[in-house]
Design a protein around this ligand. Structure first.
Ligand code: HEC
Length: 300
């Protein structure tokens, strides 16, 4: 009897030291968007997947600029992959599906580290990913991974957010309103270029770039039956990426030529979406949209 008791004790301590069998019930979130156009946009922006940051220990987080939000994913292996640039940086195409190489993730969102260069004081996580549509509860997996890396549990907080998604668009940006702003920014850019005003041109391009962030997930007009998302991604990765590169250079002639090529890209999507009558002129300086009769310079 005593031997049996001892045996039971040994068994129970053995079980205890191993802990309960781990139950892998963290959800796996699949991406709602295609990787290829996003990977192309990354390359077009001069980005490189090799630059993705993969911290393993708490101190690796000190490499991130303090108090800046960085996009992150937590892979199925429970390791972080972080954008090398803050979410606010221009020309930052390190979006969630790129960070995960298109694979499902445990969670995705934004990560902000408060540190003084030697100690992590606070980590703030948010679950906003329009591609993975992760919810706040999914951040538990990220919190556990941070603790496993040696981050002090009490220093971790989350910013709860409603699920943001390309499908249900939260908040939904409508094409009509977005395009109204895009049109006026693009016109301003053209007028600045026509006037050789590089500073105003760069300003307008920057504003335009910010507006166009919403393009891939914008809600198309109800009567539009074609899927505009691939056209949006093609436009951003193609003519618009070239315009941004031209805007960084010193050659105003090349900047103007890239503006004209971009206008042709705008018109390409207007044609497929049944809005061919909204002609974006290809000559910088003209009003956007233009209503010149076919055959005039601005209508080509
Ligand atoms: C991926 C497709 C797509 C691309 C790219 C695109 N547009 Fe549009 N645009 C549309 C659609 C669709 C509408 C109609 C929106 C609606 O009916 O609500 C529109 C409407 C417009 C309008 C009319 C907005 C208003 O005031 O009602 C302007 C101006 C415009 N686009 C300018 C541009 C410019 C400039 C570019 C390029 C820099 C561009 N668009 C690129 C799809 C696109």
């Amino acid at each position: 009897m005593r031997a049996l008791l001892a045996f039971a004790l040994v068994l129970s301590t053995a079980c205890h030291s191993r802990g309960p069998a781990p139950v892998d019930d963290d959800l796996r979130y699949a991406s709602h968007v295609a990787l290829a156009p996003l990977a192309a946009a990354l390359r077009a922006s001069g980005g490189d997947p090799a630059r993705i940051v993969r911290p393993l220990r708490a101190r690796d987080l000190l490499a991130l600029r303090a108090n800046e939000r960085f996009k992150f994913v937590l892979g199925l292996d429970r390791h972080f992959a972080l954008a090398p640039l803050p979410a606010s940086a221009p020309h930052n195409e390190y979006v969630h599906p790129v960070l995960a190489d298109g694979a499902p993730v445990r969670t995705a969102g934004g990560l902000r580290v408060d540190h003084d260069g030697s100690t992590v004081r606070a980590v703030v996580l948010d679950p906003e990913s329009r591609s993975y549509c992760t919810d706040t509860a999914s951040l538990r997996a990220a919190v556990r991974a941070l603790i496993a890396m040696g981050v002090e549990p009490a220093s971790i907080t989350v910013l709860a957010r409603p699920v943001a998604c390309v499908d249900d668009g939260a908040p939904p940006v409508r094409y009509g309103a977005l395009m109204h702003t895009v049109g006026s920014r693009f016109e301003m850019l053209g007028r600045a270029l026509a006037a050789d005003n590089r500073d105003a041109a760069r300003y307008a391009l920057h504003e335009l770039d910010e507006e166009l962030d919403a393009l891939p997930t914008a809600r198309a007009p109800d009567e539009t039956t074609v899927d505009l998302a691939p056209h949006a991604q093609g436009f951003l990765a193609g003519p618009f990426a070239a315009l941004k590169r031209a805007g960084e250079g010193d050659d105003l002639g090349a900047f103007r030529a890239a503006w004209s090529a971009t206008a042709a890209g705008c018109n390409g999507c207007h044609a497929v979406s049944g809005h061919g009558f909204l002609r974006v002129p290809t000559v910088p300086g003209e009003a956007v949209p233009g209503f010149a009769a076919a055959g005039d310079a601005g209508a080509r």
